[in-house]
Design a protein around this ligand. Structure first.
Ligand code: 5CA
Length: 445
């Protein structure tokens, strides 16, 4: 993408109403525009990151054996009357009437609708296990929408629903989600810690939230700091292997880690004092096992291997896709701007032409741009007629992890400069070597 032809409405001033750094940087970097309280347009740069995050979520769900579909944002109220949640859900639910006076709502979550799909088409244990998920916009009329996309009213969520013949199988689905989520967050450059939590309006006793530690987080968290060093890494997971998956979950949930809702001071004081930490965290996902809470009232039953009709055991599993942009920026930035992890960056690399209009510099930049493209890497090429300082400031603000700087002086010696946004370190090398290095960094992503 050539910056002169892109739409990147960068703001020079700090927006006064943005209280936390991720919100400020998302506005300043031209990623989002607020349209109403808690409702945003996704401008091209923000949209690219959002799509990238969705892609990682999809890949890891499919890897775990889960099946994507797409349900609508608007739902008939009658489905929610069947589960009893239409009255329970309260003011957070946006209720709408259509022209025929029928009660509709903008979905805050999809347990009822997915249960309806299931009961219409599945009747035998032989069709189980089954996990269906989608990535779709939700609406919750939050009392205090704030911090930009972090607590929106309209927000993008991945929500998945498992259907199993018994509790044991449903708990395996729960564990499978936990492991696939750990991998998902790690690919985004995040450490998200599963913490015992409370289930709220979704229901059930078994639930974990995934929290990214950050001072600006809305949840108070209590943890043994040794959990922050656990990594899933590149280990091979067989998602059908119940024991292997359960062992990974045990590894990640044995050390003390709880939100204030489930915190138990007596248990916490057993953690060695130098490992006992109290902090704040951003909730980027939550998984639930709630058994037959929806399948019983809604009649989602299957015939089991003994010929009995039994309600299916279910759970639901959510990732805050749009919230993740804020969480990643909170975890990865400096005073100049965002520092995107390679896994989610909107462009893998930026090219800065120090002297636009200089024949050699222009040609070298074009050459780099095309060479990167031929390797499947779309660079953001700053080809504007701007001062070098302004170009660097824009690149630092939007946070591409790598920058190639091209100027007549370097070119006279046959070199360009490759700079890491994270460390600020630069290295001179030939343009070919720079392309090869960037390609190597992104190989396999
Ligand atoms: N049905 C279940 C799981 S699919 C559910 O709705 N879970 S949830 O309420 O925990 O939401 C899932 C995730 O969506 C949360 O962990 C959080 O990351 C994100 N989320 C929830 N509310 C908001 C909001 N107002 N703005 C942005 N993200 C949100």
């Amino acid at each position: 993408m050539r910056l002169s032809r892109y739409f990147l409405p960068v703001l020079k001033e700090n927006p006064a109403d943005a209280q936390i750094v991720s919100h400020r940087y998302m506005l300043r970097a031209g990623m989002i525009k607020q349209q109403a309280a808690g409702i945003y347009s996704w401008l091209p740069l923000g949209f690219r990151v959002l799509r990238r995050i969705e892609e990682i979520v999809h890949q890891e769900q499919v890897r775990a054996g889960h099946i994507p579909l797409l349900m609508p944002t608007l739902q008939p109220a009658d489905l929610w009357r069947e589960s009893g949640r239409y009255d329970d859900y309260g003011e957070e639910m946006l209720r709408i009437k259509d022209r025929h006076g029928r009660d509709m709502l903008y979905g805050p979550t999809n347990e009822e609708m997915i249960t309806d799909i299931f009961r219409s088409h599945v009747g035998s244990y032989k069709d189980l296990p089954l996990t269906l998920y989608h990535i779709q916009w939700k609406f919750r009329d939050e009392v205090r929408p704030r911090f930009g996309v972090m607590r929106g009213r309209e927000f993008l969520m991945k929500d998945g629903y498992n259907f199993d013949v018994d509790k044991e199988s449903a708990l395996h689905a729960y564990n499978r989600h936990m492991v696939s989520y750990l991998r998902t967050y790690e690919r985004m450059g995040l450490t998200a810690i599963p913490m015992r939590a409370a289930s709220g309006p979704i229901g059930g006793d078994n639930t974990h939230e995934f929290l990214v530690l950050a001072q600006t987080g809305e949840s108070e968290v209590f943890y043994d700091d040794r959990v922050t060093t656990l990594k899933l890494g590149a280990r091979d997971i067989d998602y059908d292997d119940r024991d292997q998956v359960a062992k990974v979950c045990e590894e990640f949930t044995t050390l003390y880690a709880r939100t204030d809702e489930t915190h138990d001071e007596a248990v916490f004081t057993q953690v060695p004092e130098d490992h006992r930490k109290v902090g704040r965290g951003i909730e980027v996902g939550q998984i639930f096992y709630f058994g037959t809470k929806y399948s019983e009232p809604m009649g989602a039953v299957v015939v089991n291997d003994k010929g009995e009709r039994v309600p299916v055991h279910m759970g639901s599993h959510g990732i805050g896709v749009s919230r993740l942009l804020g969480a990643i920026i909170e975890a990865s930035h400096d005073d100049k701007g965002i520092i995107w992890p390679e896994g989610v960056t909107p462009f893998p690399v930026g090219i800065v032409n120090l002297k636009q209009g200089d024949a050699a510099a222009d040609a070298a930049c074009e050459g780099l741009y095309l060479a990167l493209k031929s390797k499947g890497l779309e660079a953001l090429y700053d080809d504007r007629d701007e001062r070098a300082g302004a170009k660097f400031a824009t690149m630092d603000l939007i946070g591409l992890p790598w920058r190639i700087t091209v100027g007549p002086r370097g070119l006279a010696n046959g070199v360009v400069e490759l700079t890491s946004r994270r460390t600020g370190e630069s290295e001179e090398m030939s343009p070919e070597a720079a392309v090869a290095r960037v390609a190597e960094i992104y190989a396999g992503r």
